[in-house]
Design a protein around this ligand. Sequence first.
Ligand code: ZN
Length: 530
Amino acid sequence: MSPNSWRGEVFPGGIRLAAVHQPTRHRLPGTMRATMSSYDALLTRLADVDALLAASGIMEWDQQTYMPPGGAEARAAHVGILSRLAHETMVADETRALLEKARAEAEPGSDQAALIRVAQRDLDLRTKIPASLVEEKSRLASIAHEEWVRARKESNFKGFQGTLERMFEIVRQEAEYLGYKDHIYDALLDQYEEGATAADCRRMFEDIKAPIVALVKDIVENGKTIDDHLLYGEWSVDRQREFTERIVAKVGYDMKRGRQDTAPHPFCTGWSVGDIRITTRYKDYIGSAIFGSLHEAGHAMYEQGSPSEWDRTPLAGGVSLGVHESQSRLWENIVGRSEAFWRYFLHELEALFPQLAAFSPHTFYRAVNKVEPSFIRVEADEVTYNLHIMVRFEIECDVLTGAMKVADMPDAWNEKYRQYLGITPRKDAEGCLQDVHWSMGSIGYFPTYSMGNLLSYQIWHTLQRDIPNTDELIGKGEFAPIHGWLKEKIYSQGRKYTPKELIQRVTGKPMSAEDYLEGLTAKYRHLYAI
Ligand code: ZN
């Protein structure tokens, strides 16, 4: 499981498919009665798939939160069976036939046409890869996971190398089945971010590489380190829970349609707009719970904001991993790590933790934005984060095209960390063995994190044209205008448009690094007085 994925799982099981048990009561507007029959039949069919996925989703949530360890084996079997039934129902000839008929009847540009397009994409992603290869990958992934855990523990890349070579081979075959025009990477990335390509990623990293590497260098060489010791200590779990529940509710996460529990790796999951759940974790670094909760609440508010008439249909939910991540990062970093946020919330935190009473909002703001090149991606600060992703993207591309051998990954990794971050991992456990993704065969996934970072600033920049006084609002704890804007422009659009269409519609331009670089540079040059 990826700790940063917005659900406890990585695509394709994570994207909600359709469900409407009583189609006559859940019709989407705008279609004539005479044309409803195939469409209703399709919705009913997809409802079965949705219910099966919801059942396994609840089981997986329970597994990460409350299940006693003894339940693991049976739970894996139960989830496996439900996933298989969902898959078989989805890919059956009947579903395909219903899609064909419904498509012939749908008005172009209607919600129905959008729903059919999205359902067809979900079906294609599930059927283009032969079942035998899916099975082989899943078998290899379970072996790979155990080997990876051991290899990381012993920091022994050789113990994982053979299996990783096999995994890359399988993923290469997957890409061939999925199909692509220009670059093998395009096929893989498209699964997580529809329409995105290796060329898009290369442009993105090309644009941010020099300015970010220079900014990090300036921060490090400037020597003015930020003292963040105030964020470490023993913090009552109950009080952390109270505080994090208060802030996520205040920014707009509807607790009547959600809840927060504890899990080792925070995630967000859900099965209807009425039930979208988040998890967090409590550590000696108090930022872990605060920013983990805000991050997951960002994912959750996106999901909660789907129109209720789309609930349990394929149109509900987030459009892609990149856009999803833009919403979690926006609330976590742009709102949650702003000085205004702490002008409003610090006194509440101090009331729960009097040991913080000596610190001003400005001191707290500086501490939660400390920049320090480090080896581990999931602990990286906002400035260095994308450099971690760039290393992974470049290596994935080179291994997929054969330009790099799996055996050479550790050296390449360490050299790139030296170049981009100015640090060299001392061992592979803090280098190329740190992430779970490759053991699962989730290759092509990483760039969506960086896209989320860029898009969060691009969307925020657009939001500020309509709401110029965001700082003042945040400082007064008034989040409704910001939440309302995001809901109108993004959350309520569900999966109706492709990610590229949505970004163009919302921000008036394709994804670009401009606003991200401007926002990040201004914030951190000011913070570090450089
Ligand atoms: Zn996330």
